[in-house]
Design a binder for this molecule. Structure first.
Ligand code: ADP
Ligand code: G6P
Length: 464
């Protein structure tokens, strides 16, 4: 008789949406795709603050066969945990931006406290038969705290963003505590081999641990499995979105506004890791170096606002708007505005239509865990006339999408020349490259990612 499937319990700071609501963020999109198939419990932050977070109401909603249980944070927690430690310290650091990282003891304390409080709340909702899967840099201490509450089942962790080299990560004052706490997880998943290697190097060189066979790493009396398991998308679902009425309407709208000029598109949260300034300068260089393209191309950057309370993000917005204004001022004609920036969200169907209308998609982060936009763009293309993906060598997706035009996003000239190559690429070459990328995107799906991770987690023995 087949064994009963264990209940899946997913924990992440952001939960949902499971519906097509037009929210930005790779984690929620990837997890929603995975959960929609398997069902279970999704636990995390409600996105709200209330006066006394410890008594914050617990809300449960059910979508299909997934229950979503969320709790509030206090203002102090939001500030110290989310805006502070997670997004002022960890996010820049793990994206190799030591220059932007800020550290302070107070937010470190609050971060640990929130991890403990959320773990305590979850411990009342789970039993040892459940498979608990924690996600991302908000919850490095969660597993350790859940064990302190007495949970003996399996706990996995997946890091959606990069893990920087130990030389950079060790700048974090609490880096040793944090990585030691991570060893409470039975399995730790990373997006790429590079991230996995960096993590193991930290364990070995900073904590005196050792790498064992089977991807295991040991520090003191704790052993975990570290694995590279790249996340994917629901490729078939997204390809279907691209044929929906809403997608077709958006595809036509984009073609209309571009008046059949070549459309270049970028779709990213407004985040300094995405290389938006460098990208725009690359587009400007294209117009400088290839005057024939003036009036023939249009660049649409969709950049929903993200974490606007933080200076680095607010400054980026100002810088981008000024830069776009300057480039438009310099090159615009009465009948042509080279760059359009939009900060609004779109439904996934609408996005699929926008991708399909674009001859070129620029995915040029300075550093990115995976980048799902790259995969969505590939999934949405029309096989008869596919567009070209320009992809940063520093995006996790690069490991799987070698048939994109790979660029160094710090080089203005490389971006400009890749754009020109993409705009003039013959149909046969576009199709050849796209076919190979399509193969990868349709094989390495969100479902495959989820199954691979959970199979590994189920293969480890229960904690003693
Ligand atoms: P990150 O996780 O850093 O935000 P990803 O590229 O991995 O980067 O994921 C971003 C996700 O957010 C993608 O699924 C993308 O479709 C979605 N997204 C980006 N911009 C928008 C937008 N304007 N409206 C709706 N969804 C968006
Ligand atoms: C990335 C992170 C996620 C995060 C998302 C949106 O995808 O990996 O953990 O949820 O960005 O950011 P936000 O700060 O709005 O949750």
């Amino acid at each position: 008789m087949a064994e009963k499937q264990r209940r899946l319990v997913v924990v992440s700071n952001r939960v949902g949406p499971l519906k097509d609501e037009g929210k930005a963020g790779g984690l929620a999109v990837g997890l929603a795709d995975a959960l929609r198939r398997r069902g279970g419990l999704w636990f995390g932050w409600s996105g709200e603050t209330s006066e006394d977070g410890t008594d914050s109401p617990e809300q449960t909603e059910i979508y299909d066969h997934t229950a979503m249980t969320t709790i509030d944070m206090t203002e102090e927690e939001l500030d110290g945990f989310y805006l502070g430690y997670a997004n002022r310290s960890l996010w820049p650091l793990l994206h190799y931006r030591l220059d932007l990282a800020e550290f302070d003891d107070q937010s470190d304390r609050i971060y640990r406290r929130v991890n403990r409080r959320f773990a305590e709340r979850l411990s009342a909702l789970v039993d040892d038969e459940d498979l608990v899967w924690i996600h991302d840099y908000h919850f490095f201490y969660f597993g350790d705290e859940l064990r302190r509450c007495g949970f003996k089942g399996r706990i996995g962790f997946f890091l959606h963003i990069p893990f920087c080299p130990p030389e950079v990560f060790s700048a974090l004052p609490s880096s040793h505590d944090l990585v030691k706490a991570m060893l409470a997880y039975d399995v730790i998943g990373f997006q790429t081999e590079t991230d996995r290697r960096n993590f193991c190097a930290f364990c070995v060189h900073e904590l005196g641990g050792e790498e064992l066979d089977g991807g295991r790493v040991r520090v003191g009396d704790r052993t975990t499995i570290a694995a590279a398991i790249p996340i994917g998308i629901d490729a078939e679902g997204f390809a279907r979105f691209a044929l929906s009425a809403e997608a077709v309407e958006h595809e036509e709208m984009v073609r209309d506004i571009s008046r059949h000029r070549h459309q270049i598109v970028g779709v990213d949260r407004m985040d300094y890791s995405k290389g938006l300034v460098q990208r725009m300068k690359g587009f400007e260089r294209l117009l400088e170096n290839h005057p024939g393209e003036r009036g023939n191309v249009q660049f649409l950057q969709v950049a929903p606002l993200s974490r606007s309370e933080l200076n680095a993000y607010a400054e980026l917005r100002d810088e981008l708007e000024q830069l776009a204004g300057r480039i438009n001022g310099r090159f615009a004609r009465l009948d042509w505005t080279p760059i359009q920036i939009m900060t609004r969200g779109f439904t996934r169907r609408a996005l699929a239509g926008i991708y399909r209308a674009a001859r070129v998609c620029m995915v040029t982060p300075l550093r990115d865990g995976m980048n799902l936009v790259a995969k969505e763009y590939v999934a949405a293309q029309n096989p008869d006339d596919p567009g070209v993906l320009i992809l940063s060598r520093f995006a996790g997706a690069r490991a799987e999408l070698e048939d994109a035009l790979i660029v160094n996003p710090f080089s203005t000239d490389e971006i400009a020349e890749a754009l020109e190559t993409a705009l003039t690429m013959p149909l046969e070459e576009r199709q050849r490259r796209w076919e190979r990328m399509r193969e990868r995107v349709f094989t390495g799906t969100a479902e495959a990612w989820c199954n691979e991770f959970l199979d590994l987690l189920e293969s480890v023995p229960d904690a003693a």
